[in-house]
Design a protein around this ligand. Structure first.
Ligand code: CP
Length: 324
């Protein structure tokens, strides 16, 4: 069986697909963030376009709902001058029984260069990457509870912009770790970048059994877990992936694990607050904190465009291949 590691790189050791943070190294994560810096400055220019991907075609295939990821992938591709197709899954032939692979084969026949895939099943992007024609790239935009690598990269970029040196940072990831593809990818990225401590704070029912193998420290209360923290990352309760009753109620969850201004005061005074979105006010975070001065939640969204531009240009126009 092909591993994600070997599948992600081509025979020239260049990134062909981005399926997971696993298998990437610090040099590559840093290169992507460095490239994103130049694209982030483009956001303030009157003309937000580069000709880097002129003539390339990108298809967004989202089998699960999305606001931030789908829109920022589309904007990123357009700002790089690629042609972008957003497949409407509800009105596509997959709703008439066409298999996923047949849909991919038909799109390949239209000379597509890249698929951006979101799917409820873990491993869907990996499966498609195994079956696409040579030269076509796949980016995982979130698969089940497995991985969301571009979210993790934009989160690392946001942290770097505010805090600079990962080796001095204690980061807390709070909430539904069990069902979170974002948390898995963030933990991998923070480990590769050498964070001082990655702490997860959650009730036992929302932690994976193998949590100790993730290389994190564990706390079950905000009062203990937020001590000395530089970066607070909140997670949504992934109710669409929960089976059975894992929590007494949302209000009880908010009482114990919801981030209020009072709880945030336990962390370092200059701690930043992050959330991949969508946020659920009054469930995992109070409005006071989400809209407060320590929140960088909307900056994460903006940086998502720059990071996705950096990833798409690295994959479709790697260094050494000239563009006009
Ligand atoms: N963070 C994230 O994946 O948000 P969307 O579901 O809106 O894409």
């Amino acid at each position: 069986m092909t591993t994600t590691d070997s599948l992600q790189f081509n025979s020239d050791h260049q990134l062909q697909h981005l399926l997971s943070i696993e298998g990437l190294d610090q040099r590559l994560l840093t290169e992507i963030m460095d490239n994103a810096e130049s694209f982030a400055s483009l956001a303030n220019q009157p003309v937000k376009k580069y000709p880097i991907l002129r003539g390339k075609t990108v298809v967004n295939l989202f089998f699960e709902n999305s606001t931030r990821t789908r829109t920022t992938f589309e904007l990123a591709a357009k700002r790089l001058s690629a042609d972008v197709i957003n497949m409407n899954i509800a009105t596509s032939a997959t709703s008439k029984g066409e298999s996923l692979l047949d849909t991919i084969r038909n799109l390949e026949a239209m000379h597509v260069d890249m698929f951006v895939i979101r799917h409820a099943l873990s491993g869907a992007a990996h499966f498609i990457a195994q079956h696409v024609a040579p030269g076509i790239s796949v980016i995982n935009a979130g698969d089940g509870n497995h991985a969301h690598p571009t979210q993790a990269l934009l989160d690392m970029f946001t942290i770097r912009r505010h805090k600079n040196d990962f080796s001095s940072l204690r980061i807390a990831i709070i909430g539904d770790i069990l069902h979170s593809r974002v948390a898995r990818s963030q933990i991998q990225a923070l480990s590769i970048l050498g964070a001082k401590e990655i702490r997860v704070i959650a009730p036992k029912t929302l932690l994976p059994i193998e949590v100790n193998a993730l290389g994190v420290s564990v706390s079950h209360t905000l009062e203990e877990g937020l001590q000395d923290i530089d970066v607070v990352i909140m997670l949504r309760l992934q109710k669409e992936r929960m089976s059975g009753a894992l929590l007494p109620s949302e209000s009880e969850y908010f009482n114990c694990f919801g981030l209020t201004q009072e709880k945030l005061a336990i962390a370092k005074p200059d701690a930043i607050v992050m959330h991949p979105g969508p946020i659920n006010r009054g469930v995992e975070i109070s409005s006071e904190v989400a809209d407060g001065p320590q929140s960088v939640i909307l900056q994460q969204v903006s940086y998502g465009i720059a990071i996705r531009m950096a990833i798409m240009s690295l994959i479709l126009q790697p260094p050494g291949r000239h563009h006009t």
